[in-house]
Write a protein that binds this ligand. Structure first.
Ligand SMILES: [Zn+2]
Length: 483
């Protein structure tokens, strides 16, 4: 059995209202396009994720949705702030479209991780746009903060958060957990309180991704495996080919390259959605890879692949550095193996809380420790498996779904599933029995309804938070309804 690399798209430049560049005029770098961005572009984008059962990471640049002219406030502009947050300074006067995309994005949080990119995507001074919103970098050398104490990063975070509140409540979207820096520029220094991530940690960011470069002087601490900077762990994100992926490279060569996040920009998907479905669906064809469920899954698999050992009869997490646990980076573990026409029967001290097969004959098993935060593995557990002709029952089939499974338990007449859902999600559980009652331990997660298929039940849940609500679902089963 293999710990597969979990891959999905990390797309930046979502959130622009306009697509054209105004770089030459001292305005922002946008998407090099005259395309009129509409809600339809988001629908098509999210439909790719739905078709594949993944949750994309999207980096949002939020300034053009500012409907209360927050960006014009004195606190976000000189001299009160070390920077002007936009090229217009206090003269910023913005009218976003009435037909907001924010409700649609909220209702589809299961398929899109609303990530932080920036407010205006650049740094604006004396009529010029200097690339790099979060830090300063010339062509060569390591980025440095815009001001010695890096108050700039607080200003950007506060402004981003204030615009966020124009659309989402604190409960719905406290702050993004994931970050993609515009132009791959941030100031990293794990030892310094003024590093970009030191500030982002204070707002709740814990996952970051950007292009790893072998030019060490640019990111002196970033290794190929990643970097912990304060409570943020950052990993590699690469375009589907070495050349820049900003402009017209909408149909990258197959197959996908083996990096955790596949770097794209929003415009790369427009009009070629079917191509991207095919592109991403080939990931599962590789025995050592899987289409990721969500951001947490991408990070966990990346880290476990390096540290977790599977040996005869055991799976051992004891080499995973404590920092990944202390900072809540890792969660469940997915194993993959080829089973052809068969199924896999797993025996383990960990709970087997998710199971499915893909069209290529691979089985995917989610393992979690029901008693640990985020279901993560800690220490050493017994693990063995064998092929069987019998399909497993009472274990969620998460082939199409992106929730996080943190454990499962079976008793004589009930099944318990511990999970984290992103707003509205359904869970599909193969079962032949009647359902007497379904309960959720977290009142914020409601059981909306359930429906039966021939040998499964589908339970519809609703939560509040776009970054996830955790609960334990208890399904009380009755007698057999399928003979
Ligand atoms: Zn960008």
């Amino acid at each position: 059995m293999i710990i597969p690399l979990a891959q999905t798209l990390a797309t930046d430049d979502l959130g622009w209202v306009l697509a054209e560049n105004e770089y030459e005029k001292g305005g922002p770098h946008r998407l090099h396009s005259n395309h009129k961005i509409t809600k339809d572009d988001y629908i098509k984008y999210i439909n790719i994720a739905k078709a594949l059962g993944t949750r994309f990471l999207g980096g949002f640049v939020i300034g053009e949705w500012d409907r209360e002219n927050t960006c014009a406030k004195a606190c976000y502009n000189k001299p009160e702030s070390p920077i002007d947050i936009t090229e217009k300074g206090k003269d910023w006067n913005n009218i976003p479209p009435k037909d907001s995309v924010f409700d649609y994005i909220k209702e589809n949080a299961a398929y899109l991780d609303f990530g932080l990119h920036g407010v205006r995507h650049g740094h604006y001074e004396e009529g010029k746009n200097i690339t790099g919103e979060w830090a300063y970098r010339l062509k060569e050398g390591a980025p440095t903060p815009w001001d010695p104490e890096n108050k700039t990063s607080f200003v950007i975070c506060d402004c981003f958060k204030e615009i966020l509140r124009q659309y989402y409540t604190e409960e719905e979207m406290p702050f993004p957990e994931s970050f993609i820096p515009p132009s791959h520029v941030l100031y990293t220094d794990p030892e310094s309180d003024v590093s970009t991530c030191a500030v982002l940690s204070k707002y709740g960011v814990k996952y970051a991704t950007l292009r790893y470069t072998t030019k060490n002087e640019i990111m002196p601490h970033f290794t190929k495996f990643g970097l912990f900077d304060h409570n943020v762990f950052m990993i590699d994100r690469r375009p589907p080919r070495e050349v820049s992926f900003d402009k017209d490279s909408c149909k990258p060569p197959l197959p996908p390259r083996p990096y955790p996040f596949i770097e794209t920009h929003f415009n790369n998907l427009w009009g070629v959605e079917e191509y991207w479905k095919k592109y991403l669906s080939l990931i599962n064809l590789f025995p050592t890879r899987m289409i990721a469920k969500n951001t947490e899954n991408v990070f966990s698999q990346w880290i476990y692949r390096k540290y977790v050992k599977i040996s005869r009869g055991y799976i051992d997490f004891s080499q995973v550095p404590q920092e990944f646990y202390d900072k809540n980076i890792v969660s469940n573990l997915v194993l993959k193996t080829f089973v052809g026409p068969f199924h896999l029967k797993i025996n383990s001290e960990l709970s087997v809380c998710g199971y499915y097969k893909d069209k290529f004959g691979y089985a995917y098993v989610t393992l979690a420790d029901m008693n640990e935060p985020m279901g993560r593995g800690v220490g050493k557990y017994k693990l063995s498996c064998k092929l069987t002709t019998k399909k497993p029952y009472d274990i969620p089939d998460n082939s199409r779904d992106t929730y996080c499974l943190y454990g499962g338990e079976e008793c004589e007449s009930c099944v318990k599933i511990r999970l984290k859902i992103y707003r509205g999600q359904s869970i599909t559980i193969p079962t032949k029995r009647e359902i007497i009652k379904v309960e959720s331990s977290n009142p914020q997660v409601k059981i909306e309804e359930y429906e039966f298929g021939k040998d499964f039940v589908k339970i519809y849940l609703s939560g509040v938070s776009m970054i996830g609500d955790e609960t334990i679902i208890t399904i009380n089963e009755g007698k057999c309804r399928v003979v």
